[in-house]
Ligand binder design. Sequence first.
Ligand SMILES: *Cc1c(COP(=O)(O)O)cnc(C)c1O
Length: 400
Amino acid sequence: MNLHTRAVHAGDRKRTGVSNGQSWIPVTTPIHTATSFIYTDLDNLDRVFAKDLEGPSYGRYGNPTNEALEELVSALEGGAGSLACSSGMAALHMAINTALVDRRRVIVAAKLLYGATLGMLTRIFEPAGVETVWVDFDDPDAVAAAIAEHRPGALLMETIANPLLRVPALHRIGAMAKEAGVPLIVDNTFATPLIVRPLEYGATHVVHSLTKYLSGHGDVLGGIVTTGPEHLATLRDVSRTVGFTLGPFEAYLAMRGVKTFPLRMERQCANARAIADWLASHPAVDRVYYPADPNHPDAANIGALFAPGLYGGMVSFEVKGAGREEIFRLMNSLRVVVPATSLGDVHTMMLYPAMASHRELAPKHRARLGIRDNLVRLSAGIESPEDIFADLGQALENPK
Ligand SMILES: *Cc1c(COP(=O)(O)O)cnc(C)c1O
């Protein structure tokens, strides 16, 4: 079934209710707020606890609303199952922790990762005895060498890396990971399953911040891990104990968002492409980073991995001669584009990496990664692109 169809149908209409001996089925999944579930025969609850029988028992172990969302995202990513968590970071923590359960506590990770992910590896996992080896994932040979030298317990990368929108050779790295028997964790938040489905290339764990494109309305915080069959039992087992479980209200909101995510994402990709073109011809703009650019350093990977005609909803660009002060004035002048730190929502947003996503890095470290002080990152929304051009135009030409 096509992804648009799966997005609308998967996960729903799995449970029946009964009134006066007649059974009925809710068309969309309701919010199940109950934290415990009983069965007409206690034997059945006993069997559920023994994992002999599938069914809800206690909220931390799962909930019918969460299960519906999990089935939906599994259907989109092509996974055996998913675990919905209270945030994208909780989902990443679960993926890393469970991938390493019975493996060497060494991670080979991409140097370019979401800021909080870098922080989690250095400030949470490192002191707990998990060593991270940082590798340039834009160089697959370096990844191969690191796998051979360090025999890691897991690899960690993003499909589209923030904020310069680099696209590592997931197809090659996935094949290497598979051959070496090393779990590959891929944060697919920026690409979404409309553009790339990492499990198809050898990833074992796909992580999303549900907060971004999948929910898409800026009103729910959540995360999800999707895995193949071999990692699912461990993921669920650990989750039962640590309880990073997503709440049922958030699960409902996220599921409502996912149904329209492919439509929104198509529009966001089209808008981002139009905005990238518009910016490229603007005299105040030095340089535009967008994956549709034929001169993009990873054009070959993009051609091999991305769905045709879709290049993502994120655009980064450098403003001529600008520093922190000029960027602040530019962002303060915006009237339609929202100067907010998130991404993937229906409204267009602009973020200043040096102040927000990459604030924790020393200026020298930012410079080494190619993140200049005149770089801004834009997340395209679903507005009419003309209104975004007009807003960017007035802000670039007459900043406050
Ligand atoms: C936002 C984000 C996260 C973290 O997600 P939260 O829902 O904020 O915890 C992780 N990875 C990427 C790429 C993100 O954009």
